[in-house]
Write a protein that binds this ligand. Structure first.
Ligand code: ADP
Length: 633
């Protein structure tokens, strides 16, 4: 037999993660059992589904169940299911590697985090599934046979870098995971996982709602003093979502969340609802307390599972939740669907679309309540998921109003707090008609950008938008409460008093020649040079026309591989700045000269740098500047 044993190496990330488990960086070791039961339950769901779809699959589905077996003498614990099982390749692919996106990132963060509590939390947010077994076992054996195949596979590892796989002829269908438990020492193993009551308690606490029986053979003293053995079912198997809210306690909801989400942390909010009438369904949804690492990855998993009358149908049911609510986890049990419904048909189904609309409304209403009643929780939510929710302003025009009420953004009003659009409007100055915003890569760049100068001088509040999606939704939505949303870096700003307007008129005459000369000199870079009413201290800034794409957005599209035309912007000069007045005088005297042309170029370059932008030819800019400085010494 031994020539059938192959020794393979774990993938690098898997190896590192295993190391963490072997050295027990996670304190709540009991969760290993929850993870094994959760996997077993999924395997049973999959088998039932496959047998419904594939009538030729020769499997017995009459008694699908999970079995826990302990042996005190050998100190082993086995969790067995008669579910779908795995082929050899699946064992290698699924158990030998971690396909979860964000693993490398997680490991990087773990390496940086010095303190144990933070590491715990990171691991908890990530969830390590099957590998959790290595917190309590020094060797794990897995014996499995895929439904429909004749041979099985034995997998074994001590968690130290390699594992073995071996073909076996006589494996029962399904999967049995055997843990060779670490010695029951003092501190590390608080719980004895070979004790019946320990197992019973862990199952009750973490896995009571599992829809399949979890059985264990227990020993009881018989009447005549001898020991008798009986099989007991440890869980109540009640589908949580089918019960009414007052029959379920918080702890049960939390554990169920962990089962469906593979998250080890508690959810932030639970939504339990029921739809009655022509199309009946139950939904149990959760808002997580932290964003998964794959939130912005196109392969990221969505969280809603579809059931039909308690039968699991599919994971990741995108027909039930729009993309911008992809972080919502949970279960929807629809009563009147066919069991072998496909994803494509679901997308078209009128009733499913109606359910989706109701779910979206409910999630948005829950968020609204949370924002009103649980400000701290809402702040957490918004920090984690705000950038995703804002995608809804592009995707879901039916809910624009509700979404705008949820939006929280930074503002010049208070550096420490986010504000809502409503609060901004309430603070608007007399005579102010527009909601002003600035977009950019960071709060600091925006705050230091010349575009804000006049607004600051006049005491106007400006919203500070730094998420990439902000650039797009403000354009798309256009207004709030009837008030136009206006970028401080676009179009003309009109904050002037009559007196200032008169002066501006006079300036325009005085500067006409300089402006037209400069427009010509910088024609390759800008479409116009004009005077500014938004500057107080900077000599110049660059602005766009009202509907021009911003440089950040241009960059974003390019980064996504899309061809977009380069947008020329407008250079605005501050007629009160000595550099600008000096340039005008010099131009009146000398007309056109190379030195003046270079000054014009420097002015434009400085304006770009001041808003956090990039120069097209930084070396040239530096050379001209160095020459100037040298001459001034
Ligand atoms: P997760 O469950 O979070 O995906 P795990 O490491 O727990 O990660 O498991 C990896 C994969 O291995 C599972 O997604 C599943 O496909 C497979 N697997 C684990 N346990 C079983 C089992 N008992 N039966 C069938 N497949 C299993």
């Amino acid at each position: 037999m031994s020539d059938r044993v192959e020794t393979l190496e774990f993938q690098a990330e898997a190896r590192q993660l295993l190391q963490l488990m072997v050295h027990s960086i996670y304190s709540n070791k009991d969760v290993f059992l929850r993870e094994l039961i959760s996997n077993a339950s999924d395997a049973l769901d999959k088998l039932r589904l496959e047998s419904l779809i594939d009538k030729d699959l020769a499997v017995d589905t009459a008694d699908l169940h999970i079995e826990i077996e302990v042996d005190r003498d050998t100190r082993t614990l086995t969790v067995r299911d008669n579910g779908i099982g795995m082929s050899r390749d699946e064992v290698v692919g699924l158990i030998g590697t971690i396909a979860k996106s964000g693993t490398a990132e997680l490991l990087g963060k773990l390496r940086q985090s010095k303190d144990a509590a933070a590491s715990q939390e990171l691991i908890g947010q990530f969830g390590v599934g099957f590998y959790a077994t290595f917190m309590v076992a020094d060797k794990v054996t897995l014996l499995t046979r895929r439904a429909g195949q004749s041979g099985g596979t034995r997998w074994e590892s001590a968690g130290e870098g390699t594992y073995t796989v071996e073909a076996v002829d006589d494996a029962p269908q399904g999967t049995a995971v055997t843990l060779h438990l670490k010695p029951a020492d003092t501190e590390d193993n608080l719980h004895d996982y070979t004790a019946e009551w320990t197992i019973r308690e862990i199952v009750k606490r973490y896995s009571d709602f599992i829809a399949w029986p979890i059985r264990m053979t227990v020993e009881r003293p018989g009447e005549g003093g001898e020991t008798t053995r009986e099989v007991q079912t440890l869980n109540s198997m009640k589908a949580l979502w089918a019960r009414s809210r007052d029959e379920v306690d918080e702890a049960e909801y939390k554990e169920f969340y962990k089962h469906v989400s593979h998250d080890w942390a508690d959810p932030l909010e639970t939504i339990h609802m029921r739809g009655e009438g022509t199309f009946e369904y139950e939904a149990l949804l959760f808002l997580p307390s932290h964003a998964p690492l794959d939130l912005f990855s196109p392969q990221g998993r969505r969280g809603v599972q579809l059931y039909v009358k308690r039968v699991f149908i599919m994971d990741d049911c995108d027909a039930l939740m729009p993309n911008y609510l992809r972080f919502v986890k949970g279960v929807v049990d629809a009563h009147d669907l066919s069991l072998n419904i496909s994803r494509e048909i679901l997308q078209q189904d009128r009733q499913i679309r109606a359910v989706r609309r109701r779910l979206v409304k409910k999630v948005l209403a829950t968020l609204k309540e949370m924002k009103a009643d649980r400000a701290d929780a809402y702040r957490t939510f918004w920090t984690e998921f705000g950038a995703v929710v804002k995608e809804g302003l592009l995707e879901d025009p039916d809910n624009t109003e509700a979404l705008l009420d949820l939006v929280q953004v930074a503002s010049t009003h208070d550096p420490a707090e986010l504000t809502t659009l409503r609060e901004y409007v309430e603070r608007m100055k007399d005579g102010q008609t527009d909601v002003y915003y600035a977009t950019g890569e960071s709060r600091t760049t925006i705050e230091n950008s010349p575009h804000l100068e006049a607004f600051r001088a006049k005491g106007y509040e400006v919203l500070i938008l730094t998420d990439p999606v902000d650039e797009v939704w403000v354009e798309r939505v256009g207004q709030f409460d009837g008030k136009p949303l206006r970028s401080v870096a676009k179009g003309h700003v009109d904050l002037e008093t009559d007196e200032e307007r008169e002066k501006a008129e006079a300036d325009r005459k005085d500067y006409a020649e300089l402006l037209s000369w400069m427009s010509g000199k910088l024609a390759d870079s800008v479409k116009e040079v004009r005077l500014s009413s938004r500057l107080t201290t900077s000599p110049a800034c660059v602005v766009g026309d009202a509907h021009d794409m911003t440089p950040t957005l241009e960059k974003m599209y390019r980064a996504m591989g899309q061809e977009v035309p380069r947008v020329k912007r407008i250079l605005e000069l501050n007629p009160t700045h000595p550099l600008v007045t000096g340039l005008r005088k010099a131009h009146e005297q000398d007309g056109d000269s190379e030195a003046l042309a270079e000054t014009a170029e420097l002015l434009y370059g400085m304006a770009l740098l001041a808003e956090g932008g990039e120069l097209t030819d930084p070396a040239r800019f530096a050379r001209i500047l160095a020459d100037r400085l040298a001459r001034s010494l």
